[in-house]
Design a protein around this ligand. Structure first.
Ligand SMILES: Cc1ncc(COP(=O)(O)O)c(C=O)c1O
Length: 423
């Protein structure tokens, strides 16, 4: 099979995929190979990846340890569905109960972050007998009808008929505002919603750091105060750790940084390191409400569960949590040094290796796009997100090295010096 040119792939996409699937870059490369923190295109050019496939390959592309375990399982048993007994699923659930905070000892497996959040919201309804939800502007929770309805980013709320009964509070970190003021306004709004609708609300769903919203990071005491407000009204807290989980933030789960144990946690992405998997977990008193039959055909299949087990093993053996915290500090300092030179860069925020460089909303998207394109040409893949697509996203595989960070930030400083005056 010969590799198609990027142009031929774009033509095929246009012909055979729905028109809703966009790609980064004016001139996108055709990526054909991944090896830990590096990607290679069809011309043999190497890129250092600072986006990890949107925070999926925390353990690196094509990680040999994980892929060996997956290949061995593929050769033994690929699928029977959850109505038969298999071991990897229960082993993974047991392992998760050991690494999750608090008493979150029971888990339901599915196939994606959307499905994990959909299940978490359903569990909250079953556990409380209430229907409505609180969500935050700037949060993203999925593509299904309900998860899109609790998503607070306009560009990802494409359903013209969102579900009713979702109350939005402003984000805890609004671009251009001091974070403490945003957080106060956000908590006041939650208080207000609870005072009028508290007894109708099943749960509040929140990302500990709003990834797609642009690495919006709350102050340290935010979730403790939020949890206390919710508890007073019997409202459950769902932490969406689909993007922040599995050592990404310098903690196994970001909620640990805020010293709060949620009632329900959803996970996906890095748990499979590229193999599709989703999960939501809760303590047994909450999980027991989910007692009517429910099954996911591929959820908990032996191959995905084996991948999850190998991922958790790899994270522990290589202490990726500590590595993410340490290298995150290094990267954040370097990014802040660059940002200091530009009035158009309003913040560098995030935790561990989940960092964002925030540009002014006005004109920021053009600058971000120009930087992304030039950095790609120089061999570095960076992400973008934010309410106005105005945030450069740095979420590399956690196996990235100090030398990779040094090379990338040197190139970024040069590229920004060119781009910031030109655009
Ligand atoms: C925080 C968060 N929740 C949920 C989702 C949806 O996950 P998936 O694309 O696996 O359905 C995403 C995807 O980016 C996400 O970042």
């Amino acid at each position: 099979m010969t590799d198609l040119t990027p142009e031929a792939i774009i033509d095929k996409k246009k012909a055979y995929l729905f028109p809703n699937q966009l790609h980064f870059y004016k001139n996108p490369p055709h990526i054909i190979k991944g090896d830990m923190q590096y990607l290679y295109d069809s011309n043999g050019k190497r890129y250092t990846d600072f986006f990890a496939g949107v925070t999926v390959v925390n353990c690196g592309h094509c990680n040999a340890y994980i892929n060996h375990a997956v290949a061995a399982q593929l050769g033994k048993l690929q699928h029977t569905s959850v109505i038969y007994l298999t071991q990897p699923m229960v082993d993974l659930a047991e392992k998760l109960s050991a690494v999750l905070p608090g008493d979150m000892h029971q888990t339901f497996f599915c196939n994606s972050g959307t499905e994990a959040n959909e299940g978490a919201l359903l569990l909250a309804r079953m556990a409380t007998g209430r229907k409505k939800f609180i969500a935050f502007e700037g949060g993203l929770h999925g593509r299904s009808a309900l998860t899109m309805s609790v998503t607070g980013i306009p560009m990802w709320r494409i359903d013209p008929f969102p579900e009713e009964g979702v109350y939005f509070a402003p984000s805890f970190a609004v671009d251009g505002e001091p974070v403490n003021e945003s957080a106060e306004a956000s908590l006041s709004a939650v208080r207000e919603i609870l005072s009028t609708h508290g007894d109708e609300i099943a749960a509040c769903i929140v990302e500990p750091i709003q990834g797609n919203g642009g690495m919006k990071t709350p102050p340290k005491d935010f979730f403790k105060r939020l949890k206390a407000l919710l508890e007073a009204h019997g409202v459950l807290l769902i932490a969406d750790e689909v993007q922040t989980g599995f050592a990404r933030t310098g903690h196994m789960f970001a909620m640990e940084a805020f010293d709060v144990v949620p009632d329900i946690m959803s996970m996906a992405k890095a748990l499979g390191n590229g193999i599709p998997i989703g999960a939501f977990s809760a303590r047994p008193e909450v999980a027991k409400a989910f007692n009517k039959p429910s099954a996911s055909t591929l959820g908990g299949n032996p191959v995905s569960a084996t991948a999850g087990l190998a991922v958790l093993d790899y994270i522990e053996k290589h202490d990726l949590t500590e590595r993410s915290a340490r290298l995150g500090e290094l990267l954040k300092t370097a990014l802040q040094d660059i940002a200091n030179a530009y009035a158009d860069v309003t913040a560098v925020r995030g935790m561990g290796l989940m960092l964002g460089m925030v540009f002014k909303t006005d004109g920021g998207a053009e600058k971000v796009d120009a930087i992304l394109e030039t950095m790609k040409d120089r061999g570095f893949i960076i992400g973008k997100n934010g309410m106005a697509r105005n945030v450069l996203a740095f979420q590399p595989p956690l196996v990235i090295g100090e030398e990779d960070i040094r090379r990338m930030t040197e190139a970024l400083a040069e590229v920004m010096a060119e781009v910031m005056t030109a655009v």
